[in-house]
Design a protein around this ligand. Structure first.
Ligand code: NCD
Length: 329
């Protein structure tokens, strides 16, 4: 088995290789509720080394011979492509099933049957599905690890991990910061996961949304129990100047029952160069992407616009997660 040790300082996370005693070996990743701060420190340590290795050598054989099934019942660009890239950069391979309408799902096959079939071919399954709890259901039936890549309006744990890793790498810390989440906080699953993860740290959370797209009550209540201060607004203006991380989300058109209601809120907020001028010089602007107009293109040149760097951090975090659940880190 190929291992790799960098020539300069020794890292506690290296060398990577057979590690079946690792705490994440064989585990599912279904919700951010599974993680505590020491888990996050470990994941980010491994992800950091993955980044170094990709920069130095591009691809290496840690997961040679391993197979990932990428099962997507909802559209995706970044999540599915980054899991594929992560697997292939580690020497593994991928069975992509992203057009479920051309698979046996279109014949009426149930999720438990589909995952029990795929695990006969693959070592790990990444699943995106429109229903809350779908990943947990799949995990109940599967013997191999299931990684939740988004379950409806529920959670998107790997996105939240890469979001947090982005904050850590860009600001050098997660404690003592103010994070403002803006946009569709009701249907946006990435903010549901991210707010929960941030509540493990010493942060202040601001939620800015139209009234009909507020952060769900049960999540606010859950986070309240951690003592994390949370504040709700309908306008960005009062909190912009104190914000260290501005996390913008897309209004989730596909989740609205009433198209008129979508029309009434779709352009609620747009980040422009003028808004960036009023923000901290050290602020970072994040977005899980895709954006559909919430951030003007002219903002992209601003060094504080971190969303394309965020995409890259996602590759390293997913490499780390795959190595961990497959017993190699
Ligand atoms: C997000 C998602 O699917 O929840 N996309 C992603 O994975 N980066 C955000 C969105 O669709 O708005």
């Amino acid at each position: 088995m190929a291992t790799y040790t960098p020539y300069q300082e020794k890292s506690p996370y290296l060398p990577f290789g057979e590690n079946k005693n690792a705490s994440w070996y064989g585990k599912d990743i279904l919700s951010v509720k599974q993680f505590d701060r020491s888990d996050l420190e470990y994941i980010f340590g491994v992800a950091h080394e993955m980044a170094e290795m990709v920069r130095r050598i591009g691809t290496f054989d840690l997961l040679k011979g391993k197979i990932l099934a990428n099962l997507f019942y909802e559209p995706s660009t970044r999540t599915s492509a980054s899991f594929t890239a992560a697997m292939e950069r580690l020497g593994g391979s991928v069975i992509p099933i992203n057009e479920v309408r051309y698979s046996s799902v279109a014949k009426g096959e149930s999720l438990p049957d589909t995952v029990r079939t795929l695990e006969a071919y693959a070592d790990v399954i990444v699943l995106r599905h429109p229903e809350v709890g779908a990943a947990a259901l799949a995990a109940k039936y599967a013997r191999k690890p299931i990684i939740n890549a988004g379950d409806g309006v529920g959670e998107h744990p790997t996105q939240a991990l890469l979001d947090l890793f982005t904050i850590q790498e860009e600001l050098g810390r997660v404690d003592h910061i103010t994070v403002t989440m803006l946009g569709d906080l009701k249907y946006g699953r990435t903010v549901h996961s991210l707010a929960r993860l941030l509540s493990l740290y010493n942060v202040k959370l601001n939620y800015v949304s139209p009234d009909i797209l507020r952060m769900p009550r049960e999540i606010i209540t859950e986070i309240q129990a951690t003592g994390t201060p949370q504040f709700e607004y309908t306008s960005l203006e009062p909190v912009l100047a104190e914000t260290d991380v501005l996390y913008v989300t897309r209004v989730q058109k596909e989740r609205f029952e009433d198209p008129e209601q979508y029309e009434s809120v779709k352009d609620a907020y747009v980040i422009t160069p003028e808004i960036m001028q009023a923000a901290k010089k050290t602020m970072i602007l994040m977005h899980p992407l895709p954006r559909v107009g919430e951030i003007a293109m002219e903002v992209d040149q601003d060094p504080r616009a971190a969303y394309f760097r965020q995409v890259e951090y996602g590759l390293y975090v997913r490499m780390a997660l795959l190595a961990m659940v497959l017993g190699k880190a």
